[in-house]
Write a protein that binds this ligand. Structure first.
Ligand code: TK8
Length: 341
């Protein structure tokens, strides 16, 4: 190449480098794949977009976060195993399917654990959540934040659920989790464990009668197309874990790790906001779509909660009695400080 052309090219390259903020120049170009079992119009989409925008801004567009939706990279457990194998960077997953990896996570599956979102946030974002994050690191998973799947409600094609006995004989899909299996068997349901990606088709073909999920998931998974009854039971609260493969995490620079920690928290706040705003909207949408909606009365919710208490006793050992006891102590402290909840 002639000297003049070379000088021109070199000048252009230096000029370009100078255009990228110095801070950004410390970042490699990298695409981070994050797997999700829900669809992109679910509030998790708002969280991933906020996280991606934050990462791009802080790295001069060198760190790209790419979402894969509807279980395209596999269901919760399958994607999580890919992280542990170091073949995928991130997943947003319910905690429930991971109890085979870390039994202590089962504490979040105990029926009627949280009374409201404020309690859930205080536990998850506080000392209890940090302890669980530390336990996850021990099994090759870096939990960057707790996002919100939310309070779970029941849908089915056979009858309105007005009291726990109405579950009798209903073939209810539950997550692949022994506490959910027990909770629904204990109410007389024929509980069937199944990965989330198979649920819509199983409902459509009547292989199962019902399932249970938060309102925004029921709506964005179009379950009104294959379910007649929606019963507001709020029988459990599921967190989403935003996990990074520890194997791949350890190869990141401290600066990249800092960006991801900061941006996953920004994503958390956007996702929780979208989830909570979305719940009311989803309920109206599902009503308009023709679902027959009922809410458990307070006395029947109390009866269901009391009936489910036996599940707590049966699973405390497997979860870890210390973990269950700490959760109880933390919740008692929160409730004493905020009697109104
Ligand atoms: C989505 C799942 C799902 C969960 C379930 O990846 O399996 O019912 O509530 O939303 O995590």
């Amino acid at each position: 190449m002639k000297l003049k052309s070379w000088l021109l090219a070199a000048t252009a390259a230096i000029g370009l480098a100078a255009a990228v903020p110095v801070a950004a120049q410390q970042f490699e170009s990298r695409t981070i794949r994050v797997s999700n079992g829900v669809n992109e119009d679910h509030p998790v989409g708002a969280g991933v977009r906020a996280m991606a925008q934050c990462a791009a801004q802080r790295t001069g567009n060198r760190m790209r976060v790419q979402g894969f939706w509807g279980g395209a990279l596999g269901g919760d457990l399958q994607a999580t195993q890919a992280l542990r194998a170091g073949t995928q960077e991130m997943v947003v997953t319910s905690s429930s399917p991971l109890v085979g990896i870390l039994p202590a996570l089962g504490v979040f599956d105990l029926p009627f654990l949280f009374a409201n979102e404020a309690e859930a946030d205080a536990i998850l974002d506080g000392e209890f959540g940090r302890d669980m994050t530390q336990r996850l690191e021990g099994v090759g998973l870096v939990n960057l934040a707790y996002w919100e799947n939310g309070f779970r409600n029941a849908t089915n094609s056979r009858r309105a659920i007005t009291k726990w006995e109405d579950f009798q004989g209903v073939r209810m899909r539950v997550m692949q989790n022994n506490i959910f299996l027990d909770t629904f068997r204990n109410m007389g349901s024929n509980a069937i464990p199944m990965a989330f990606g198979e649920v819509f088709t199983a409902l459509e073909t009547r292989a199962i009668d019902g399932q249970e999920n938060p309102l925004v998931t029921i709506e964005t998974s179009r379950m009104n197309e294959v379910q007649r009854y929606l019963s507001i039971t709020r029988h459990a609260y599921t967190p989403f874990l935003v996990l990074y493969s520890k194997t791949l995490w350890d190869r990141l620079s401290p600066a990249e790790q800092e960006v991801l920690r900061t941006c996953t928290i920004e994503g958390r706040d956007a996702q929780r906001r979208a989830n909570r705003e979305g719940n009311d909207r989803s309920l109206q949408t599902l009503r308009r779509a023709g679902m027959q909606v009922n809410e458990l009365s307070a006395p029947e919710a109390t009866r269901m909660r009391e009936h489910a208490r036996t599940v707590w006793d049966r699973h405390a050992e497997q979860i870890g009695r210390d973990v269950v006891a700490r959760m109880g102590t933390e919740l008692d402290r929160l409730r004493a400080a905020r009697p109104g909840g």
